[in-house]
Design a protein around this ligand. Structure first.
Ligand SMILES: Nc1ncnc2c1ncn2[C@@H]1O[C@H](COP(=O)(O)OP(=O)(O)O)[C@@H](O)[C@H]1O
Ligand SMILES: [Mg+2]
Length: 278
């Protein structure tokens, strides 16, 4: 028998194939709260990210989206609640283990090594998950060389996947902004994440680039099997590729459901009135 997910009600249909099969979600955000200087940036936020879904996280500026990402990547520690990846609390893990546990992310502002080549920037992503082996690798040089060769191979494969082969030897600073954003995506992919957190990947891109980004995100999920949590202001993009959407406002969850459900939810419409609806 199909088991409905926890938040299932008649007007919020079960649309995740993995949830409908009764599988446990990949990521669970449970009652998360955090304050800055006594002001709550997140209040009791709970939602699940099922395996293989693209989940959109929307909300007006200051809603708490980046703060939530910072909690998920352990840059911030929530004062309340828990965050589980495959049933294990990430809050119990040391910060440097987060990437190795399978959480990869990109940043709202491009944060690359601008003088390094595209391929080297992507290799750096791979280092963040192999660095636990650094000491034994120093002792066993041959193994280290194998690791380096493997990182190089992975970086090349990722360049191929992202259509970056023609520019892989160029310094990142010489490339257009849209291409730099793809390099950042590549660096996150090199961590071989189970879940990829994308913070406004369409910011600063033109219409065609946004369209291409949408198909790329879908390919990352379909071909690489990576689950996606996507913070995005570009509603057209979120609504066209997300399986489900979570809306935040003033640090609280405002709505959750299919893109169509959330888009027409009165609370969401009201929250966007008077703010820049893009
Ligand atoms: N390090 C911080 N110190 C103080 N306030 C913060 C900090 N990080 C986030 N905030 C506050 O938390 C709220 C949510 O911000 P943010 O998560 O960046 O929103 P969004 O990404 O949805 O635009 C804002 O009021 C912001 O000023
Ligand atoms: Mg933000």
């Amino acid at each position: 028998m199909l088991r409905p997910p926890g938040n299932w009600t008649s007007d919020k249909p079960a649309f995740s194939a993995s949830e409908a099969r009764g599988e446990k979600p990949l990521l669970v955000v449970r009652n998360v709260g955090i304050e800055f200087g006594g002001i709550a940036a997140l209040k009791n936020v709970s939602f699940n990210v099922p395996h293989g879904d693209i989940v959109g996280l929307i909300g007006p500026n200051g809603a708490g989206k980046t703060t939530l990402f910072n909690c998920l990547s352990r840059i911030y520690r929530p004062s309340r609640g828990d965050i589980l990846l495959e049933d294990r609390s990430i809050l119990q893990q040391p910060k440097h283990r987060i990437a190795a546990m399978g959480i990869g992310r990109t940043f709202q502002n491009v944060a690359l090594f601008s003088t390094l080549s595209v391929r080297d920037n992507i290799r750096i992503g791979g280092h963040s998950i192999t660095s636990g082996d650094a000491i034994s690798d120093m002792i066993r040089l041959s193994r280290r060389r194998r690791t380096e060769e493997r990182l190089d191979e992975v970086a090349r494969e990722i360049c191929e996947f992202l259509d970056l082969r023609p520019v892989e030897d160029l310094p990142v600073s010489s490339l257009p902004f849209g291409t730099q954003k793809r390099v950042e995506l590549g660096r996150a992919l090199a961590m071989r994440p189970k879940i990829l957190l994308l913070d406004e990947p369409a910011g600063g891109l033109n219409h065609e680039e946004v369209f291409a980004l949408g198909s790329l995100i879908v390919r990352i999920r379909d071909q690489l099997g990576i689950t996606i949590l996507l913070v995005e202001h570009h509603m057209g993009l979120v609504m066209s590729i997300a399986d489900r959407v979570v809306a935040l406002n003033f640090g609280e969850k405002l709505s959750e459901g299919t893109p169509a459900y959330v888009q027409s939810d009165e609370n969401v419409v009201k929250a966007y009135l008077g703010s820049k609806a893009t």
